[in-house]
Design a protein around this ligand. Structure first.
Ligand SMILES: [Zn+2]
Length: 164
């Protein structure tokens, strides 16, 4: 979707999803130490071989359409579940596993603290990233995932991220 931005007045090209390249905690490691302490791929991240993260999609229905909007974000998982996920990463039947408990591991612009959110990571198949479902709390992001968002709210989210 193309829209005129209420923040800068310019036209922005829409994009389907918003993705974050690494867990928040990766960026808290000083840059000079990251290579030694962290391993970061497109779907997996470890810090100090102590903290384990996987990437997935937090999907939110767009009201009045059949579409969904997705945040590509990271969650922590236990070491056991992380190692198991690595083992079955290429398995088309990985949906038989889990779901895995995790803590939301990114900060999203435009929301109160998201690092305190709990979620379940549902594995799907080897070509589709896990789907994250938030614990059903009153946090605005959890409410949005349960109830869906309007196209106007989606525009607000784009603007908050473009100008973060
Ligand atoms: Zn703008």
């Amino acid at each position: 979707m193309r829209f005129t931005c209420s923040q800068c007045g310019q036209d922005h090209e829409g994009f389907s999803d918003l993705a974050v390249d690494a867990p928040h905690y990766f960026y808290t490691v000083p840059e000079a130490e990251r290579e030694r302490r962290c391993r970061l791929g497109s779907d997996l991240c470890t810090i100090d071989d102590e903290d384990f993260f996987i990437r997935g999609l937090l999907e939110i229905p767009i009201l009045g359409t059949s579409g969904t909007f997705a945040y590509g974000i990271w969650t922590s998982v236990s070491e056991t579940n992380f190692r198991r996920y690595v083992e079955i990463f290429d398995d088309p039947d990985q949906a038989r596993e889990g779901p895995y408990f995790g803590w939301f591991s990114n900060k999203l612009p435009g929301y109160p603290d998201t690092l305190t959110l709990k979620l379940m990571a549902h594995l799907r198949d080897e070509k589709t990233r896990p789907c994250f479902t938030l614990e059903p709390t009153d946090h605005p992001l959890a409410v949005e995932q349960r109830q869906g968002i309007t196209p106007a709210r989606l525009q607000e989210i784009y603007e908050a991220n473009l100008h973060a």
